[in-house]
Design a protein around this ligand. Structure first.
Ligand code: ZN
Length: 412
Protein backbone atom coordinates (compact mmCIF):
# COMPACT_ATOMS: atom_id res chain seq x y z
CA UNK A 1 0.00 0.00 0.00
CA UNK A 2 1.49 3.32 -1.09
CA UNK A 3 2.27 5.90 1.57
CA UNK A 4 -0.48 8.56 1.76
CA UNK A 5 -0.08 12.34 1.88
CA UNK A 6 -1.17 12.37 5.51
CA UNK A 7 1.46 9.74 6.33
CA UNK A 8 4.12 11.70 4.42
CA UNK A 9 3.29 14.77 6.53
CA UNK A 10 3.63 12.66 9.64
CA UNK A 11 7.00 11.33 8.44
CA UNK A 12 8.18 14.91 7.95
CA UNK A 13 7.24 15.76 11.52
CA UNK A 14 9.19 12.71 12.64
CA UNK A 15 12.18 13.77 10.54
CA UNK A 16 12.13 17.23 12.09
CA UNK A 17 12.04 15.74 15.57
CA UNK A 18 14.88 13.33 14.81
CA UNK A 19 17.14 15.99 13.35
CA UNK A 20 16.51 18.27 16.33
CA UNK A 21 17.34 15.47 18.76
CA UNK A 22 20.53 14.59 16.84
CA UNK A 23 20.14 10.91 17.71
CA UNK A 24 21.67 8.28 15.41
CA UNK A 25 19.01 8.67 12.74
CA UNK A 26 18.89 12.45 13.07
CA UNK A 27 22.63 12.55 12.41
CA UNK A 28 22.23 10.19 9.48
CA UNK A 29 19.64 12.53 7.95
CA UNK A 30 21.73 15.59 8.62
CA UNK A 31 24.81 14.04 7.03
CA UNK A 32 22.74 13.08 3.98
CA UNK A 33 21.36 16.62 3.81
CA UNK A 34 17.76 15.40 4.15
CA UNK A 35 15.33 17.79 5.84
CA UNK A 36 12.08 16.23 4.66
CA UNK A 37 10.37 14.15 1.97
CA UNK A 38 7.85 15.42 -0.53
CA UNK A 39 7.09 12.27 -2.52
CA UNK A 40 6.80 8.51 -2.28
CA UNK A 41 10.08 8.19 -4.17
CA UNK A 42 11.89 10.40 -1.70
CA UNK A 43 10.46 8.42 1.20
CA UNK A 44 11.71 5.20 -0.35
CA UNK A 45 15.21 6.62 -0.53
CA UNK A 46 15.36 7.23 3.23
CA UNK A 47 17.99 5.03 4.86
CA UNK A 48 16.92 1.95 6.83
CA UNK A 49 17.44 1.67 10.55
CA UNK A 50 18.57 -1.55 12.19
CA UNK A 51 18.49 -3.18 15.58
CA UNK A 52 22.26 -2.69 15.75
CA UNK A 53 21.75 1.12 15.55
CA UNK A 54 19.44 0.88 18.54
CA UNK A 55 21.93 -1.21 20.47
CA UNK A 56 24.69 1.29 19.87
CA UNK A 57 22.45 4.01 21.35
CA UNK A 58 22.37 2.20 24.71
CA UNK A 59 21.28 3.32 27.22
CA UNK A 60 19.21 6.41 26.29
CA UNK A 61 20.78 7.62 23.07
CA UNK A 62 17.67 6.72 21.10
CA UNK A 63 15.58 9.35 22.84
CA UNK A 64 14.21 12.14 20.67
CA UNK A 65 12.74 14.14 23.57
CA UNK A 66 14.13 15.87 26.71
CA UNK A 67 14.57 13.40 29.55
CA UNK A 68 11.77 14.97 31.62
CA UNK A 69 9.25 13.98 28.93
CA UNK A 70 10.11 10.28 29.23
CA UNK A 71 7.60 8.51 31.50
CA UNK A 72 8.66 4.90 31.00
CA UNK A 73 11.25 2.72 29.32
CA UNK A 74 11.01 -0.76 27.93
CA UNK A 75 13.78 -3.04 26.83
CA UNK A 76 13.90 -5.70 24.18
CA UNK A 77 15.49 -8.91 25.31
CA UNK A 78 18.84 -8.89 23.63
CA UNK A 79 19.62 -12.55 22.99
CA UNK A 80 23.14 -11.38 22.25
CA UNK A 81 24.99 -8.53 23.87
CA UNK A 82 23.67 -5.08 24.66
CA UNK A 83 19.92 -4.69 25.14
CA UNK A 84 17.87 -2.02 23.40
CA UNK A 85 16.17 0.63 25.53
CA UNK A 86 13.05 2.31 24.15
CA UNK A 87 11.90 5.51 25.89
CA UNK A 88 8.16 6.33 25.90
CA UNK A 89 6.47 9.69 26.46
CA UNK A 90 3.03 10.05 28.04
CA UNK A 91 1.53 10.23 24.56
CA UNK A 92 3.42 7.10 23.39
CA UNK A 93 2.06 5.13 26.35
CA UNK A 94 -1.48 6.35 25.59
CA UNK A 95 -1.15 5.70 21.86
CA UNK A 96 -0.03 2.16 22.56
CA UNK A 97 -3.04 1.55 24.82
CA UNK A 98 -5.38 3.00 22.17
CA UNK A 99 -3.93 0.64 19.56
CA UNK A 100 -4.16 -2.32 21.90
CA UNK A 101 -7.77 -1.52 22.80
CA UNK A 102 -8.50 -1.41 19.08
CA UNK A 103 -6.98 -4.90 18.76
CA UNK A 104 -9.39 -6.18 21.38
CA UNK A 105 -12.29 -4.47 19.60
CA UNK A 106 -11.37 -6.13 16.30
CA UNK A 107 -11.49 -9.44 18.14
CA UNK A 108 -15.02 -8.60 19.29
CA UNK A 109 -13.94 -8.13 22.93
CA UNK A 110 -15.96 -5.58 24.96
CA UNK A 111 -16.18 -3.96 28.39
CA UNK A 112 -18.16 -7.01 29.50
CA UNK A 113 -15.16 -9.29 29.05
CA UNK A 114 -12.74 -10.53 31.68
CA UNK A 115 -9.23 -10.77 30.27
CA UNK A 116 -6.76 -13.14 31.91
CA UNK A 117 -3.28 -11.89 31.13
CA UNK A 118 -0.48 -14.47 31.26
CA UNK A 119 2.37 -12.76 29.35
CA UNK A 120 5.11 -11.45 31.66
CA UNK A 121 5.28 -8.02 33.28
CA UNK A 122 8.55 -6.14 33.50
CA UNK A 123 11.10 -4.56 31.24
CA UNK A 124 9.68 -6.03 28.12
CA UNK A 125 6.46 -4.96 26.49
CA UNK A 126 4.19 -7.96 26.88
CA UNK A 127 1.96 -8.04 29.98
CA UNK A 128 1.64 -4.30 30.51
CA UNK A 129 0.50 -3.79 26.91
CA UNK A 130 -2.26 -6.38 27.23
CA UNK A 131 -3.27 -4.77 30.51
CA UNK A 132 -3.30 -1.12 29.38
CA UNK A 133 -5.40 -2.08 26.35
CA UNK A 134 -7.89 -3.99 28.51
CA UNK A 135 -8.28 -1.04 30.89
CA UNK A 136 -8.61 1.43 28.04
CA UNK A 137 -11.39 -0.74 26.60
CA UNK A 138 -13.07 -0.96 29.98
CA UNK A 139 -12.76 -4.73 30.29
CA UNK A 140 -11.72 -6.40 33.52
CA UNK A 141 -8.00 -7.15 33.50
CA UNK A 142 -6.81 -10.15 35.50
CA UNK A 143 -3.03 -9.59 35.64
CA UNK A 144 -1.71 -13.08 36.32
CA UNK A 145 1.66 -12.94 34.62
CA UNK A 146 3.28 -16.18 33.46
CA UNK A 147 3.50 -19.57 35.13
CA UNK A 148 1.78 -21.12 38.14
CA UNK A 149 -0.65 -23.20 36.11
CA UNK A 150 -2.55 -24.31 39.22
CA UNK A 151 -3.43 -20.72 40.09
CA UNK A 152 -4.13 -19.81 36.47
CA UNK A 153 -6.78 -22.52 36.23
CA UNK A 154 -8.27 -21.64 39.61
CA UNK A 155 -8.65 -17.98 38.65
CA UNK A 156 -9.88 -18.90 35.19
CA UNK A 157 -12.75 -20.80 36.82
CA UNK A 158 -13.46 -18.52 39.80
CA UNK A 159 -13.15 -15.22 37.93
CA UNK A 160 -14.97 -16.68 34.92
CA UNK A 161 -12.36 -15.33 32.49
CA UNK A 162 -13.77 -14.95 28.99
CA UNK A 163 -10.55 -14.04 27.22
CA UNK A 164 -7.14 -15.64 27.59
CA UNK A 165 -4.01 -13.79 26.48
CA UNK A 166 -0.97 -16.03 26.20
CA UNK A 167 1.79 -17.23 23.95
CA UNK A 168 0.63 -20.09 21.74
CA UNK A 169 2.78 -22.54 23.67
CA UNK A 170 1.37 -21.51 27.04
CA UNK A 171 -2.18 -21.59 25.69
CA UNK A 172 -1.51 -25.14 24.50
CA UNK A 173 -0.16 -26.14 27.90
CA UNK A 174 -3.24 -24.71 29.65
CA UNK A 175 -5.55 -26.36 27.11
CA UNK A 176 -3.95 -29.74 27.75
CA UNK A 177 -4.23 -29.27 31.53
CA UNK A 178 -7.91 -28.38 31.21
CA UNK A 179 -8.52 -31.54 29.16
CA UNK A 180 -6.51 -33.68 31.55
CA UNK A 181 -8.47 -32.46 34.56
CA UNK A 182 -11.83 -32.65 32.81
CA UNK A 183 -12.77 -29.12 33.85
CA UNK A 184 -13.73 -27.77 30.44
CA UNK A 185 -17.37 -27.23 31.50
CA UNK A 186 -16.17 -24.93 34.29
CA UNK A 187 -14.23 -22.71 31.85
CA UNK A 188 -15.95 -19.71 30.25
CA UNK A 189 -13.25 -18.75 27.73
CA UNK A 190 -14.54 -17.50 24.37
CA UNK A 191 -11.44 -15.99 22.84
CA UNK A 192 -7.69 -16.38 22.84
CA UNK A 193 -5.37 -13.51 21.95
CA UNK A 194 -1.79 -14.63 21.37
CA UNK A 195 1.41 -12.66 21.01
CA UNK A 196 3.53 -12.72 17.92
CA UNK A 197 5.14 -16.09 18.55
CA UNK A 198 4.77 -18.04 15.34
CA UNK A 199 2.75 -21.20 15.68
CA UNK A 200 2.02 -23.81 13.07
CA UNK A 201 -1.49 -24.58 11.88
CA UNK A 202 -1.40 -27.94 13.73
CA UNK A 203 -0.86 -26.28 17.12
CA UNK A 204 -3.39 -23.54 16.40
CA UNK A 205 -6.12 -26.06 15.56
CA UNK A 206 -5.24 -28.15 18.59
CA UNK A 207 -5.76 -25.12 20.89
CA UNK A 208 -9.00 -24.10 19.19
CA UNK A 209 -10.39 -27.64 19.55
CA UNK A 210 -9.31 -28.07 23.15
CA UNK A 211 -10.44 -24.68 24.45
CA UNK A 212 -13.33 -24.05 22.09
CA UNK A 213 -12.17 -20.45 21.53
CA UNK A 214 -11.79 -18.00 18.66
CA UNK A 215 -8.09 -17.51 17.98
CA UNK A 216 -6.56 -14.05 17.44
CA UNK A 217 -2.97 -13.19 16.60
CA UNK A 218 -1.48 -9.87 17.62
CA UNK A 219 1.48 -8.29 15.88
CA UNK A 220 4.07 -5.99 17.35
CA UNK A 221 7.61 -5.60 18.63
CA UNK A 222 9.18 -3.69 21.48
CA UNK A 223 11.04 -1.33 19.17
CA UNK A 224 7.68 -0.16 17.76
CA UNK A 225 5.46 0.25 20.87
CA UNK A 226 5.20 -3.50 21.58
CA UNK A 227 2.49 -6.04 20.75
CA UNK A 228 -0.71 -4.36 19.63
CA UNK A 229 0.10 -2.53 16.39
CA UNK A 230 -2.07 -5.01 14.50
CA UNK A 231 -4.36 -8.02 14.82
CA UNK A 232 -6.43 -10.28 12.62
CA UNK A 233 -10.12 -9.42 12.33
CA UNK A 234 -12.98 -11.91 12.34
CA UNK A 235 -12.35 -12.73 8.67
CA UNK A 236 -9.35 -15.02 8.56
CA UNK A 237 -5.83 -15.05 9.95
CA UNK A 238 -4.28 -12.05 8.16
CA UNK A 239 -3.53 -9.09 10.45
CA UNK A 240 -4.57 -5.46 9.96
CA UNK A 241 -1.79 -3.04 10.93
CA UNK A 242 -2.86 0.41 12.22
CA UNK A 243 -2.02 2.84 9.44
CA UNK A 244 -2.57 5.90 11.64
CA UNK A 245 0.40 4.83 13.79
CA UNK A 246 2.67 2.70 11.62
CA UNK A 247 3.55 2.52 7.94
CA UNK A 248 4.39 -0.95 6.60
CA UNK A 249 6.71 -1.84 3.73
CA UNK A 250 7.88 -5.26 2.55
CA UNK A 251 11.40 -5.53 1.10
CA UNK A 252 13.59 -8.22 -0.37
CA UNK A 253 15.89 -8.87 2.62
CA UNK A 254 18.82 -9.45 0.29
CA UNK A 255 18.65 -6.37 -1.89
CA UNK A 256 16.61 -3.96 0.26
CA UNK A 257 14.31 -3.33 -2.72
CA UNK A 258 10.54 -3.06 -2.19
CA UNK A 259 8.61 -6.10 -3.37
CA UNK A 260 5.13 -5.84 -4.96
CA UNK A 261 2.07 -6.36 -2.74
CA UNK A 262 1.39 -10.06 -2.29
CA UNK A 263 5.04 -11.11 -2.44
CA UNK A 264 6.91 -12.35 0.61
CA UNK A 265 9.75 -10.44 2.18
CA UNK A 266 10.88 -8.60 5.30
CA UNK A 267 8.59 -6.21 7.18
CA UNK A 268 9.96 -2.66 7.47
CA UNK A 269 8.11 -0.29 9.80
CA UNK A 270 8.00 3.49 10.12
CA UNK A 271 6.40 5.02 13.21
CA UNK A 272 4.20 7.98 12.27
CA UNK A 273 3.48 9.76 15.55
CA UNK A 274 5.93 8.34 18.06
CA UNK A 275 7.71 10.90 20.28
CA UNK A 276 10.14 9.08 22.57
CA UNK A 277 11.86 6.95 19.96
CA UNK A 278 10.58 7.54 16.43
CA UNK A 279 11.87 4.98 13.95
CA UNK A 280 12.09 5.44 10.22
CA UNK A 281 12.19 2.37 7.94
CA UNK A 282 13.12 0.01 10.76
CA UNK A 283 14.06 -3.47 9.54
CA UNK A 284 12.15 -5.95 11.71
CA UNK A 285 13.59 -9.11 10.09
CA UNK A 286 10.07 -10.59 10.38
CA UNK A 287 8.92 -12.28 7.20
CA UNK A 288 5.46 -11.71 5.83
CA UNK A 289 3.68 -10.14 2.87
CA UNK A 290 1.08 -7.46 2.25
CA UNK A 291 -2.20 -9.24 1.55
CA UNK A 292 -3.68 -7.57 -1.53
CA UNK A 293 -7.39 -6.93 -2.02
CA UNK A 294 -10.21 -5.84 0.24
CA UNK A 295 -11.03 -7.46 3.59
CA UNK A 296 -14.70 -8.38 4.15
CA UNK A 297 -14.61 -6.45 7.45
CA UNK A 298 -14.32 -3.23 5.44
CA UNK A 299 -11.40 -1.75 7.39
CA UNK A 300 -9.29 -1.33 4.30
CA UNK A 301 -7.63 1.80 5.64
CA UNK A 302 -5.53 -0.62 7.70
CA UNK A 303 -3.48 -2.83 5.34
CA UNK A 304 -3.17 -6.51 6.10
CA UNK A 305 -0.05 -8.60 6.57
CA UNK A 306 0.06 -12.38 6.54
CA UNK A 307 1.01 -14.59 9.49
CA UNK A 308 4.70 -14.13 10.27
CA UNK A 309 6.45 -17.11 8.68
CA UNK A 310 9.86 -16.62 10.28
CA UNK A 311 12.87 -14.34 10.36
CA UNK A 312 14.79 -13.05 7.39
CA UNK A 313 17.97 -14.20 9.13
CA UNK A 314 16.63 -17.71 8.47
CA UNK A 315 16.19 -17.14 4.74
CA UNK A 316 18.30 -19.45 2.61
CA UNK A 317 19.45 -18.65 -0.87
CA UNK A 318 20.05 -21.83 -2.81
CA UNK A 319 20.40 -22.25 -6.57
CA UNK A 320 19.38 -18.60 -6.86
CA UNK A 321 16.04 -19.18 -5.11
CA UNK A 322 15.01 -17.62 -1.78
CA UNK A 323 13.79 -20.41 0.46
CA UNK A 324 12.23 -19.92 3.89
CA UNK A 325 12.19 -22.64 6.55
CA UNK A 326 8.42 -22.15 6.81
CA UNK A 327 8.02 -23.36 3.22
CA UNK A 328 9.91 -26.57 3.98
CA UNK A 329 7.98 -26.94 7.23
CA UNK A 330 4.69 -26.62 5.38
CA UNK A 331 5.69 -29.36 2.92
CA UNK A 332 6.87 -31.68 5.70
CA UNK A 333 3.67 -31.15 7.68
CA UNK A 334 1.72 -32.60 4.74
CA UNK A 335 3.26 -36.00 5.59
CA UNK A 336 1.34 -37.45 8.56
CA UNK A 337 4.03 -40.12 9.04
CA UNK A 338 6.66 -37.47 9.90
CA UNK A 339 7.09 -35.88 13.34
CA UNK A 340 7.01 -32.07 13.70
CA UNK A 341 10.79 -31.94 14.10
CA UNK A 342 13.19 -31.41 11.20
CA UNK A 343 16.62 -30.01 10.49
CA UNK A 344 17.91 -28.32 7.36
CA UNK A 345 21.64 -28.32 6.57
CA UNK A 346 23.12 -26.42 3.66
CA UNK A 347 26.54 -27.37 2.44
CA UNK A 348 28.79 -26.87 -0.53
CA UNK A 349 29.68 -30.23 -2.06
CA UNK A 350 31.59 -30.86 -5.29
CA UNK A 351 31.17 -27.26 -6.44
CA UNK A 352 27.46 -26.93 -5.82
CA UNK A 353 25.07 -26.02 -3.03
CA UNK A 354 23.25 -28.90 -1.43
CA UNK A 355 20.34 -28.96 0.96
CA UNK A 356 19.99 -31.88 3.34
CA UNK A 357 16.71 -32.25 5.20
CA UNK A 358 16.63 -34.50 8.25
CA UNK A 359 13.19 -35.77 9.22
CA UNK A 360 11.91 -38.25 11.80
CA UNK A 361 9.59 -41.19 11.56
CA UNK A 362 9.11 -44.56 13.23
CA UNK A 363 10.08 -48.08 12.18
CA UNK A 364 6.71 -49.08 10.72
CA UNK A 365 7.19 -46.88 7.64
CA UNK A 366 9.00 -47.77 4.38
CA UNK A 367 11.88 -45.30 4.77
CA UNK A 368 13.20 -45.45 1.21
CA UNK A 369 9.77 -44.83 -0.25
CA UNK A 370 9.09 -41.96 2.18
CA UNK A 371 12.49 -40.43 1.43
CA UNK A 372 11.73 -40.31 -2.27
CA UNK A 373 8.25 -38.91 -1.81
CA UNK A 374 9.50 -36.09 0.43
CA UNK A 375 12.30 -35.19 -2.02
CA UNK A 376 9.84 -35.21 -4.90
CA UNK A 377 7.36 -32.92 -3.15
CA UNK A 378 10.10 -30.41 -2.24
CA UNK A 379 11.33 -30.45 -5.86
CA UNK A 380 7.79 -29.91 -7.07
CA UNK A 381 7.10 -26.95 -4.75
CA UNK A 382 10.47 -25.22 -4.54
CA UNK A 383 12.25 -26.24 -7.71
CA UNK A 384 15.25 -28.27 -6.67
CA UNK A 385 15.80 -31.73 -5.20
CA UNK A 386 17.13 -31.90 -1.64
CA UNK A 387 18.89 -34.86 -0.04
CA UNK A 388 16.38 -36.26 2.40
CA UNK A 389 17.72 -38.19 5.40
CA UNK A 390 15.33 -40.10 7.59
CA UNK A 391 16.15 -40.72 11.23
CA UNK A 392 14.48 -42.55 14.11
CA UNK A 393 11.81 -40.70 16.09
CA UNK A 394 13.39 -38.63 18.90
CA UNK A 395 16.87 -38.37 17.35
CA UNK A 396 16.66 -34.67 16.38
CA UNK A 397 17.37 -32.26 19.25
CA UNK A 398 14.45 -30.58 21.05
CA UNK A 399 14.67 -27.43 23.06
CA UNK A 400 12.34 -25.74 25.55
CA UNK A 401 13.07 -22.41 23.96
CA UNK A 402 13.59 -21.80 20.29
CA UNK A 403 14.91 -24.90 18.55
CA UNK A 404 17.53 -24.17 15.91
CA UNK A 405 16.54 -25.98 12.73
CA UNK A 406 18.61 -24.40 9.97
CA UNK A 407 22.37 -24.79 9.67
CA UNK A 408 24.21 -23.10 6.83
CA UNK A 409 27.58 -24.83 6.57
CA UNK A 410 28.48 -23.49 3.15
CA UNK A 411 30.88 -20.80 4.30
CA UNK A 412 32.23 -22.35 7.49
ZN1 ZN B 1 -10.56 -7.41 8.21
Amino acid sequence: MQISDVQLDQVNTQIGRLIASDNFYGRRLREAGITGVSSVEEFQRLPFSEKQDLREAYPLGLSAVPQRDVVRIHSSSGTTGTPVIIPYTQKDVEDWAIQFARCYEYAGITADDRIQITPGYGLWTAGIGFQAGAERLGAMAIPMGPGNTEKQLQFMMDMESTVLTATASYALLLAEEIEKRGIKDKIKLRKLVTGSERSGEKIRQRIIDALGVEYYDIYGLTEVYGPGIGINCQHGHTMHVWSDYVYVEIIDPDTGELVPDGEWGEIVLTTLVKEGAPLIRFRTHDLSRIVPGACPCGHNEHPRIDTITGRSDDMMKIHGVNVFPAQIEEILSSFPELSSEYQIRLSHLDGRDTMRIYVETNGSVDWENLRMRVAKRVKHRIGFTPLVKIVELGVLPRSEKKTRRVFDERYD
